[in-house]
Each structure stands twice: as structure tokens, then as C-alpha cells.
Write a protein that binds this ligand. Structure first.
Ligand code: SF4
Length: 289
């Protein structure tokens, strides 16, 4: 498809602007790396130079812009009403030398704002927040509690704001702070950072080529092995929902599809998941194995 000159101008300006942010220029891992692709984290730990510059970053650019707008609004509102809330709180986890900023802290609560889509929200409401979001927020809480044990965080909230929804769709996923979960995330990271060899690729090229800066020379992505058998109840349930879409609500079905876009090809229980490229772009196909 030929890109209109004005569409190219919009894309180039937004991407360039996003790349100027300190977080975009940071090479190393951040709190948001916890629970993601292990191979990607391994490259981040080595501060490898990205080799894939043709990334699809529309969702990330919009998420950053909305995130900034929400924070400015909440900060001004809190000042006006004398609310005791801290924003963009710099935190560090010394055990794994991870630095980052928690969006909002008002002990005993810590909040992390996530922009998402309605279809992902439908999935999170039913199945809970994704592991990497949970690990990230719990790790922020751990870092805060290590630095300020006299004023601890006891509850962690993930505030999901859909880019394509209404205010009534905003969803808050609440959890108690659980040091066990944060420690699990830390151990996962430590093992990857200490590995001499790169972990096996976890995602296939349908995902990697669009979203991972290390795809190509540094990582080939996982082979699309339809025969690979995965023990992953999360993706297995998504495959079951997507396969029997007629019996599920449209939004739940769309949420399952969004999850499966990131699943490696292969078998999940009774289902086979395969990524394909169609006339309108990549899509996912689920069949009964
Ligand atoms: S290219 Fe894919 S498998 Fe490799 S590090 Fe990136 S996300 Fe992981």
C-alpha cells in the first residue's frame, strides 16, 4: 500500500517525537521488561543496539501521549484539592539494578496507568491482568517499600484506560502488595541477566518483525512450528474462546484474538494456533487439533 505523503508526515513526526523521550533512548531494561519475552530482556541487559528499526509503534505513541495528558490532569487536580499524591516517582530495585518511575503513589496505594483497547479490557475483566503488568506494578511497590519502610504501599492498582472507549469503561484491577510475586519477578530477571547464552526466542516473526527492536540480526524469532506443543493455559483458553466465537460476546472474542496475536504458533490443548498474512494484514487462525 502506497503511503500518502501526509500520512507519512504524521507518522514520521510522531515517531521522531516519541524517540526523543529519555525512556525511548534508554537501552537497558526497565520495570516494564519484567515478565516479557526473556530473550528480549537478555538483549536489553547487554545493552545491544537495536537492529530492527521498522517497528509498529502507533499504540505505544498514543499510549505515551494519553499517559502524559492523564498525569498532567491528575497532578493539577490534586494540587487544586490539596490531595497528597506523588507522581512519576523515581524508584530503583537494587537487587537487579532496575530503575524506573511509578505513575502515582499515595501510600498505602500505588497506581500504574495503562492505556489499552476495549477488546483487551474485556479479556482482563474476565481473566485478570496480564503477568507482565502485575509483575511491573508489584515490583514498583517492592522498590517503594524498600526505600520507605515506614510508609509502605499495601495495595497496588492497575488503571486500564481504553483508547477506544468511554469513561464508564475504565477498569481498575486491584491487588494487595505481595512480596512473593515481586520476588518471583526479581528471580526471573536475575536468571535471564546471568545467563551466558541467549534464551530461546519466544515469539514468532508475525509479532517480532513489528514489535521487537532485536528481530533480525540479533534474534530470528521463534520458528512457526505448528507441531510445537505449548503448556500455556492462558493461550489455551484464548484459543478455546476464539474457536467457539459464536457462543461468546463479541468483545470477549476480540480480547481472545488480541491475546492470541502474541502467542507462538503451535498446539494449545485441543487447539492449533497459526498466524497468517492476509489481504488486510496479519491475522490468527484457530483450529481444533
Ligand atoms: S525477536 Fe521476538 S523472540 Fe526475539 S527477542 Fe524479540 S520478541 Fe523475543
Amino acid at each position: 500500500v502506497t503511503e500518502h505523503p501526509l500520512a507519512r508526515l504524521v507518522r514520521e513526526a510522531l515517531v521522531w517525537n516519541d524517540q526523543q523521550r529519555p525512556r525511548s533512548q534508554q537501552r537497558g531494561p526497565g520495570f516494564s521488561s519484567l515478565g516479557g519475552c526473556a530473550r528480549r530482556v537478555w538483549h536489553e541487559c547487554r545493552h545491544d543496539e537495536p537492529c530492527n528499526h521498522d517497528l509498529e509503534c502507533m499504540a505505544a505513541v498514543m499510549g505515551t501521549a494519553l499517559h502524559g495528558a492523564f498525569e498532567t490532569a491528575i497532578e493539577r487536580y490534586a494540587k487544586l484539592h490539596s490531595l497528597d499524591i506523588r507522581f512519576e516517582v523515581p524508584l530503583r530495585l537494587p537487587a537487579i539494578d532496575l530503575t524506573g518511575s511509578a505513575d502515582i503513589v499515595h501510600p498505602p496505594e500505588l497506581d500504574d496507568i495503562k492505556t489499552t483497547t476495549l477488546k483487551s479490557l474485556a479479556w482482563y475483566r474476565k481473566h485478570g491482568a496480564p503477568r507482565n503488568n502485575v509483575w511491573q506494578a508489584q515490583a514498583y511497590a517492592m522498590a517503594w517499600n524498600l526505600e520507605r519502610p515506614d510508609d509502605p504501599v499495601e495495595h497496588v492498582n492497575l488503571i486500564y484506560i481504553p483508547r477506544d472507549g468511554h469513561f464508564s469503561d475504565v477498569y481498575v484491577y486491584q491487588m494487595p502488595y505481595e512480596s512473593d510475586i515481586a520476588e518471583q519477578a526479581v528471580r526471573w530477571f536475575e536468571d535471564i541477566a546471568a545467563a551466558d547464552e541467549a534464551p530461546a526466542p519466544e515469539k514468532d516473526d508475525s509479532y517480532c518483525s513489528r514489535f521487537c527492536p532485536f528481530f533480525g540480526e540479533l534474534c530470528p524469532g521463534a520458528p512457526r512450528a505448528q507441531d510445537a506443543v505449548h503448556d500455556d493455559p492462558w493461550y489455551e483458553e484464548a484459543a478455546a474462546i476464539y474457536y467457539s466465537y459464536r457462543t461468546h460476546l463479541r468483545q470477549e472474542n476480540e480480547g481472545a484474538k488480541a491475546e492470541l496475536m502474541e502467542a507462538p504458533d503451535g498446539r494449545y490443548g485441543r487447539y492449533t494456533v497459526r498466524h497468517k498474512n492476509g489481504q488486510y494484514g496479519p491475522y490468527v487462525e484457530v483450529r481444533q487439533a
